[in-house]
Design a protein around this ligand. Structure first.
Ligand SMILES: [Zn+2]
Length: 397
């Protein structure tokens, strides 16, 4: 009897040790809100100043989204990550790449693009959010143009250029990647740039942005603070914050990780988008359905990342894959709801009982599922036998 009690005490101690060792990620996943319904949001970046063929792509996307409805009759929602200017290459070249000049989305040549966006916003299928004044840091673009012919040629293109064709490090707005590893920007420059981009956004879209998503997912706490001062209260993330480009040009210097519903130091609500869906890269419709099913089991919203290039380069095929993907998601989770990121963030902030689960049993079951993603925890739980009581939690929903 005493031996048995001793063994039991040892097992309990071992489990307590494992739980303590992983306390940080375990507690974070317990505190992360559990959604009561499947939620699907398609996030689509890079729209705005740029190729004029966007107008037709947006009109077709709007029609497609309006045909797909959730149970409440609400059409599918796609965010538009808005870029507010492209370089005026001819004028920059005339200055021998010493002066930066831009064409903003307010320019009359982009009228059809603006109208297509606006029509989709009014139809309830497009939710605009700030991607950036431009998809690069202008001084870094100029510095690179002075030394690299490919970037000079890109600037000299007659049509408003597609920034997707720039070298990837240069597409990051919030670092100077003219040399690698990149350098951080002065805080004063960030603050001024954010003031300009939020004012431009308001001039074009009629209101200040409330949601921001950094280009190439590289940003910093200084950027968040400047966004907060301009009224941005939701930040879309990939679950971590990379703050530089490393010597090889890859995103690096990760200084924070986050779950949906956590707050930035400046007070914003973070959302995580982590399902990648780029039809031109071969992603199939099933990917949307699988992403939604997995996030639903985790009590999370499924935020899908896609980009305009899919709908400009191979529009027919990409639209067909998107429509099939949305229909597959609806078939997989018939109770799915379409929401905007702002609505989702507000539901999380208010702990709205219509959206956020309060029942202990379901919260425990979802927590158990979330633990599988904590690196090394699953193995430790199995080795220590802790997996057994955790599996019981999972069954209890
Ligand atoms: Zn982008």
């Amino acid at each position: 009897m005493t031996v048995l009690a001793l063994l039991l005490a040892m097992v309990m101690l071992l489990w307590a040790g494992v739980l303590l060792a992983f306390a940080g990620p375990l507690v974070a996943r317990w505190r992360e809100p559990v959604l009561r319904h499947p939620v699907l949001i398609v996030e689509s970046d890079d729209w705005g100043a740029g190729p004029l063929s966007q107008a037709d792509a947006l009109i077709r996307l709007s029609g497609l989204l309006q045909r797909i409805r959730d149970r409440n009759g609400r059409p599918a929602v796609m965010t538009l990550g808005i870029v507010l200017e492209v370089p005026d290459g001819a004028r920059i070249a005339a200055s021998r790449f010493t002066e930066y000049h831009a064409l903003t989305l307010a320019d009359e040549r982009f009228e059809a693009v603006r109208m297509a966006m606006q029509a989709g916003i009014e139809a309830g299928v497009f939710a605009p959010q700030l991607h950036g004044q431009c998809h690069y840091w202008p001084p870094a673009l100029l510095a690179t143009a002075r030394k690299e012919a490919a970037v000079r040629d890109w600037l000299a293109a007659p049509e408003p250029a597609a920034t997707e064709a720039l070298p990837s490090p240069l597409q990051s707005r919030w670092v100077d990647a003219s040399d690698l590893p990149s350098r951080a920007l002065p805080t004063a420059a960030i603050e001024q740039a954010v003031a300009v981009e939020t004012a431009t956004y308001r001039a074009v879209l009629g209101r200040l942005p409330q949601v921001a998503v950094a280009t190439t997912f590289i940003w910093s706490e200084a950027v968040e603070a400047a966004w907060a001062r301009s009224g941005i209260d939701v930040v879309v993330t990939p679950g971590q914050r990379a703050t530089c480009r490393d010597a090889a040009g890859r995103p690096g210097c990760v200084d924070a990780s986050m779950l949906s519903g956590e707050r930035s130091r400046a007070g914003q609500t973070y959302l995580v988008r982590d399902v990648y869906f780029e039809p031109t890269l071969g992603h199939t419709p099933q990917r949307l359905a699988d992403g939604l099913k997995t996030r639903t089991r985790q009590g999370r919203a499924c935020l899908v990342e896609t980009h305009r290039f899919n709908f400009l380069l191979a529009a027919d095929a990409s639209l067909a894959v998107l429509e099939a993907g949305l229909n597959a998601a609806l078939a997989a989770c018939p109770n799915v709801r379409f929401l905007t990121p702002l609505e989702l963030a507000h539901a999380i902030e208010k702990r709205d009982p219509a959206w956020i689960e309060g029942r202990l049993r379901r919260r425990l079951a979802v927590w158990r599922v979330r633990l599988d993603e904590v690196p090394r925890f699953r193995r430790m739980a199995r080795l220590s036998g802790l997996a057994l009581p955790l599996a019981w939690l999972g069954r209890s929903a």
